[in-house]
Design a protein around this ligand. Structure first.
Ligand code: IMP
Ligand code: MG
Length: 174
C-alpha cells in the first residue's frame, strides 16, 4: 500500500474546522461548566486539537481509546475499550470527537458507554463520514466532510500507524 492522491487539502480541513468550531461555540455558549471534549485516541487528536484552538467556550479534555480488532483496512466490529474516561462526566456536557465514521460500530459502542455515565448531554463531532459503509446509525451533530468509500490516511488517520502526521487527507493505494 502506498500514499495516493490528496482527497481533502490542508486548507480545506482548516477552513472546515473553523466553521465547525464556530457552530460548537455558538451551540454551547453560556454553559455553566466547561464543555468536555472527548477525542477518541489516536486518530482524533489532530482534529480535536485544531478544533479546540478555535473554540470560544471553556473546555476540558478527556480521552478514550478503543481497539477494533481487524486487519489492514477492514474493521471487524469487535470493539474493546483500551482506555476509559478519567473524568466524572455525570451531569456534564460532553462532545465526543471522532476522526472518521465508517461502519459506525466503534462510535455507537463508545456512545453507549459514555451515555451510561449520565452526562447532561452527549454529542458527536466527526471530521470524515463514509456514509456508504454505515451498519449502525450514528447521530452526527457536527460533520466535516462526506467522503467516498475509500481508505484514507493523514490528519490523524493511519495505516499501520503511518501517515498520522500529514496535514491533508490522502487516499491509500495498493
Ligand atoms: P467504524 O467502527 O467502522 O466506524 O470504524 C471506525 C474506526 O476505523 C475509525 O475510528 C478509524 O480508526 C478506522 N477507520 C475507518 N475507516 C478508516 C480509513 O479510511 N482510514 C483510517 N482509519 C479508518
Ligand atoms: Mg479512530
Amino acid at each position: 500500500m502506498k500514499l495516493g492522491r490528496e482527497l481533502v487539502s490542508a486548507d480545506a480541513i482548516q477552513r472546515r474546522v473553523q466553521e465547525l468550531a464556530a457552530d460548537v461555540s455558538r451551540d454551547y455558549a453560556g454553559i455553566d461548566r466547561p464543555l468536555i471534549l472527548l477525542p477518541v485516541l489516536k486518530g482524533s487528536v489532530c482534529f480535536a486539537t485544531d478544533l479546540s484552538r478555535h473554540l470560544t467556550v471553556p473546555v476540558n479534555f478527556d480521552y478514550v481509546a478503543v481497539s477494533s480488532y481487524g486487519t489492514g483496512t477492514e474493521s471487524s466490529g469487535h470493539v474493546q475499550l483500551l482506555k476509559d474516561l478519567t473524568m466524572d462526566v455525570a451531569g456534564r456536557d460532553v462532545l465526543m470527537v471522532e476522526d472518521i465514521i465508517d461502519t459506525g460500530l466503534t462510535t455507537s459502542f463508545l456512545f453507549d458507554h459514555v451515555q451510561r455515565h449520565r452526562p447532561a448531554s452527549l454529542k458527536l463531532c466527526v471530521l470524515l463520514n463514509k456514509q456508504e459503509r454505515r451498519i449502525t446509525p450514528v447521530p452526527m451533530a457536527y460533520k466535516g466532510f462526506d467522503i467516498p468509500n475509500q481508505f484514507v490516511v493523514g490528519y490523524g488517520l493511519d495505516f499501520d500507524e503511518l501517515y498520522r502526521n500529514l496535514s491533508a487527507v490522502h487516499v491509500l493505494e495498493p
